[in-house]
Design a protein around this ligand. Structure first.
Ligand code: ZN
Length: 212
């Protein structure tokens, strides 16, 4: 009986090892000389999806630059993963298992083929407040392959994660409008303050030392 138990445990380990990092790179960060905080995002791309590394780099770099308006300098580590097909989709039971196997640095971003969750959103953010039934997924954002307004969509979901809030704005041109649009890029000083304070409290943002 003991042997059978061990065999089962071993099969679980082998499954986690079915996830492999093929390559990692750090994308050139946007220079924000007056930044008060640094944000380092662990982004993940899967082999065998429609996402191309070039497309991912361009979208992530442009998304990161949108945080300069809040005094946040963003650097992004982009990891290319090889993983069983079911992990390349957002689907809460499988995505929890992916995160248990991968144990990524947070906040983590996943560029996935599509979603199998219902309702099916183009993108989803999981903060602390909406992670109670799926703790592994706290501080993560999931972007499906839609190719529409990608920098805005990615930055929008990261704001949800950093602020730990599902709040939206109806202000014209605001990044947190429910509908994405290439022109929706602005954050108000209050939105910046909330995401800096909450992000720092949740150890997702690193404050820079204040010069004397
Ligand atoms: Zn939203």
């Amino acid at each position: 009986m003991r042997t059978a138990g061990l065999a089962l445990l071993w099969a679980g380990c082998a499954l986690a090892q079915g996830i492999e990092t093929l390559s990692s790179e750090t994308l050139a960060p946007a220079a924000v000389p007056t930044a008060s905080h640094d944000l380092r995002i662990a982004a993940h791309l899967f082999e065998g999806t429609r996402w191309s590394p070039g497309e991912a780099r361009a979208a992530l770099t442009a998304a990161g630059a949108l945080f300069a308006q809040c005094g946040i300098a963003v650097s992004i580590d982009l990891h290319l993963l090889r993983a069983p097909r079911r992990f390349r989709y957002l689907y809460t039971p499988d995505s929890r298992e992916l995160l248990r196997g991968l144990a990524p640095r947070k906040p983590a971003l996943f560029l996935v083929e599509d979603t199998r969750n219902q309702p099916a959103y183009d993108a989803e953010a999981v903060g602390r407040a909406n992670a109670r039934t799926r703790p592994e997924m706290a501080d993560t954002a999931w972007i499906t392959y839609t190719r529409r307004d990608l920098p805005v969509v990615i930055a929008h979901e990261m704001v949800h994660v950093l602020s730990d809030s599902g709040s939206h704005s109806t202000e014209i041109g605001n990044l947190m409008n429910e509908d994405s649009d290439p022109g929706n890029t602005r954050l108000t000083p209050a939105q910046c303050e909330t995401l800096r304070a909450r992000g720092e409290a949740n150890a997702l943002l690193a404050p820079r030392m204040v010069k004397p």
